[in-house]
Design a protein around this ligand. Structure first.
Ligand SMILES: [Zn+2]
Length: 284
């Protein structure tokens, strides 16, 4: 895959909305650190306020401890990771394997969206190896879509909000869908300069590192994240470590050409030249 640098400088948002608020919504504690944290850190450098939300408590992340202990430990770890990233942490809503595309969770997530009022939302790929991830992606898309609809009642009740939101999907685990078909990024963000912080934030999830180290060998946790970031970096033909993104179709969310990550990060981001890139202009 070829790639080309984004040469344009940051420009005014055509919607006239100048808020720089980014919310990352992931399924489990550590998912943000795996594929989104580097981009969050780069966005903070250009003035974005960072918000961090895991839908799940991470309750199944142990073979030995009871769920109530695991919930407590992972909450502490996620808060530490968010602190390291300089992001505002938001409490999870459900337990592992209980992230369903259902009404109550959708209303609760929609309330969070209206409270935070992000201008950029980062979430999982719509295609991924596990349903907690894909359901988080679907819930996030709908919760953002409903931000301005007064007749959609949130839990707790929050007033509808206006404003454009650009939604980006992270790369799936293994860079492929659940049928092992490759997924190509549309946009690559250079995270080399913030990679050390990204690793520290991932390592803040100590219980998971220890668990995976025991079951899969030393450092598999960090090593796997590093392999993915290097694979994406090599696609950019210039960045050592990268995170990849695909923008959600703009209808109902933002303008057809809105790309705040590309615009605000300038040369720290580049466009991949795969089929998704072409599709984007085909439909706009
Ligand atoms: Zn996960």
């Amino acid at each position: 895959m070829g790639a080309r640098a984004i040469s344009r400088k940051a420009k005014a948002d055509p919607s006239g909305d100048h808020r720089r608020v980014v919310l990352a919504v992931a399924a489990h504690p550590d998912d943000i650190e795996f594929g989104m944290a580097g981009t969050l850190l780069r966005l903070a450098e250009v003035g974005y306020q960072l918000h961090y939300l895991n839908l799940s408590t991470g309750s199944c992340g142990s073979m030995t401890e009871r769920a109530e202990v695991v919930r407590r430990v992972r909450r502490r770890e996620a808060r530490a990771a968010a602190r390291l990233l300089g992001a505002q942490w938001h409490a999870p809503l459900v337990d592992d394997l209980e992230i369903f595309y259902e009404e109550k969770l959708l209303r609760r997530l929609a309330a969070r969206i209206r409270e935070i009022r992000p201008s950029v939302v980062l979430t999982h790929s719509p295609q991924d190896y596990m349903e907690d991830h894909t359901n988080t992606s679907r819930l996030t898309v709908t919760a953002v879509f409903a931000r301005g609809m007064p007749n959609f009642r949130t839990l707790p009740r929050r007033q509808a909000v206006s404003g454009q939101v650009t939604l980006y999907h992270a790369m799936p685990h293994g860079l492929c869908d659940s049928l092992a078909q490759p997924i190509e990024p549309e946009l690559l963000v250079d995270v080399t300069s913030v990679f050390g912080t990204k690793v520290s934030a991932l390592e803040a999830h100590r219980s998971q590192k220890e668990w995976l180290d025991e079951t899969q060998g030393m450092d598999s946790y960090v090593a796997s994240m590093k392999r993915m970031s290097e694979a994406l970096g090599s696609m950019s033909k210039g960045f050592r470590h990268a995170e990849g993104w695909r923008r959600h179709l703009h209808f109902g969310f933002c303008g057809g050409e809105d790309d705040p990550i590309g615009n605000h990060l300038g040369t720290a981001a580049c466009l991949a030249s795969g089929p998704t890139r072409q599709a984007r202009f085909y439909v706009s």
